[in-house]
Design a protein around this ligand. Structure first.
Ligand code: ST9
Ligand code: ZN
Ligand code: ZN
Length: 336
């Protein structure tokens, strides 16, 4: 119901608003200038050894967990590990990403509470920090102010950016972002205030305890599989959106930017692989033109909407999408 209303409302709005002025769209003029000045930038990042050690330990633990998942764990534990990937993943996709970073739909408190818990299970920094970095990523894509700037290499954009101090431009530009909507959400203020205990409980203690109490799994096995392996696996699936989904695939909506359309990352990241579409139309709650390609996140948002927990889902009108694609094809023909 609200959806069709939003479509028509969006239609009217978007006819007059050029892409670069849409919510969280790239600031193209600034990006061009910044890419030019990057050529003379001699910034060298400091390695944060504490993070390197923690991530090395996490990966050894995840290998133990993978072994146990295949040879030792009970079937129920395997299923629960997969459930953890999807549940915590939704805390990123439906929560931190589509709701909080992009405001692509609105949610009442029960949905926000569940998403905040799922997000704490995902342990990818609190939502306010995640959304701040993500808004920088969209506004200044592939410049020094993009926390996972792909010009600094595949490894940097995947996970290297979490192992070094940030480029000063991130802090300088990021300070200009309006984050008042995030700080005004009491659920996000609560999460930020109690972030580490929340992560301990949601990411590690509860996923270890559930298999032990519900079906008698060995505590070390459930710790290494449902907590450690699931966490490490979900991190890589998320990071692939910043590395692979900015490199290997098609660019039907905007051929001049690095993000691509990629089905296999869409599957791992619960529907987030339509990344060329998403960077072109960041305000669309579907983050992809096609709802069929494993967009489980859209499905859950729609279920919440049917329950009345979610409303005002924004979508970009079909004719605007078609026009944008046609424009790309024309430009493509000019170049050849
Ligand atoms: C993780 C996040 O993995 C992954 C996010 C991926 C995003 C993907 C997006 C793709 C789309 C969605 C797809 C979803 C798919 C889901 C699939 C699910 C299966 N603006 O950070 P500090 C300022 S996290 C403005 O310490 P350093 C600010 O004042 C993994 N200002 O900088 C800040 O202070 P405060 C677990 C900013 O010292 C101050 O700078 N977590 C901004 O350079 C200092 O900030 C970790 O591993 C900004 N953007 O350290 C932790 N940023 O915060 C890793 C900063 O108080 N982090 N400022 O306001 C760290 O250890 C450090 O941040 C650091 C940099 C070492 C990386
Ligand atoms: Zn985004
Ligand atoms: Zn991106």
């Amino acid at each position: 119901m609200t959806m069709t209303e939003t479509v028509t409302e969006q239609k009217g709005k978007q006819k007059t608003v050029p892409i670069e002025e849409q919510f969280l769209a790239a600031d193209l003029d600034e990006v061009a200038k910044m890419q030019e000045s990057a050529k003379t930038d001699d910034f060298k990042a400091d390695i944060v050894w504490r993070n390197v050690l923690l991530f090395v330990a996490l990966h050894f633990g995840a290998l133990v967990g993978l072994y146990q998942l295949i040879f030792v764990a009970k079937w129920a534990t395997v299923g629960f590990t997969l459930f953890g990937w999807i549940f915590s993943g939704l805390g990123i996709t439906a929560g931190a990403h589509r709701l909080w970073a992009h405001r692509s739909y609105k949610a009442r408190w029960p949905a926000r509470l569940i998403l905040m818990i799922a997000n704490s299970m995902a342990f990818q920094n609190d939502v306010i920090e995640w959304a701040r970095d993500h808004r920088c990523h969209h506004k200044w894509t592939d410049t020094a102010a993009d926390p996972h700037n792909t010009n600094r290499g595949m490894f940097f954009s995947h996970m290297g950016w979490l192992l070094v101090r940030k480029h000063p431009e991130i802090r300088r530009r990021g300070a200009k972002l309006d984050l008042s909507d995030l700080f005004n959400d009491p659920i996000l203020r609560f999460q930020r205030r109690f972030y580490l205990p929340l992560v301990a409980v949601c990411c590690f203690v509860v996923p270890t305890a559930i298999p032990v109490y519900l079906w008698g799994e060995n505590a070390l096995v459930s710790f290494y599989t449902a907590a450690i392996f699931r966490y490490c696996f979900s991190l890589h699936l998320t990071w692939l959106i910043n590395s692979a989904a900015h490199r290997f695939g098609y660019r039907p909506y905007d051929a001049s930017i690095s993000p691509v359309e990629s089905l296999w990352t869409a599957i791992g990241a619960l529907g987030e692989g339509g990344h060329n579409y998403h960077h072109t139309f960041p305000q669309d709650y579907r983050t992809s033109e096609y709802s069929l390609s494993a967009n489980w996140t859209k499905l859950i948002i729609d279920v919440f909407a049917a329950m009345g927990w979610v409303y005002d889902r924004k979508v970009v009108a079909e004719e605007i999408i078609a026009r944008q694609k046609a424009k790309q094809e024309n430009e493509h023909h000019h170049h050849h």
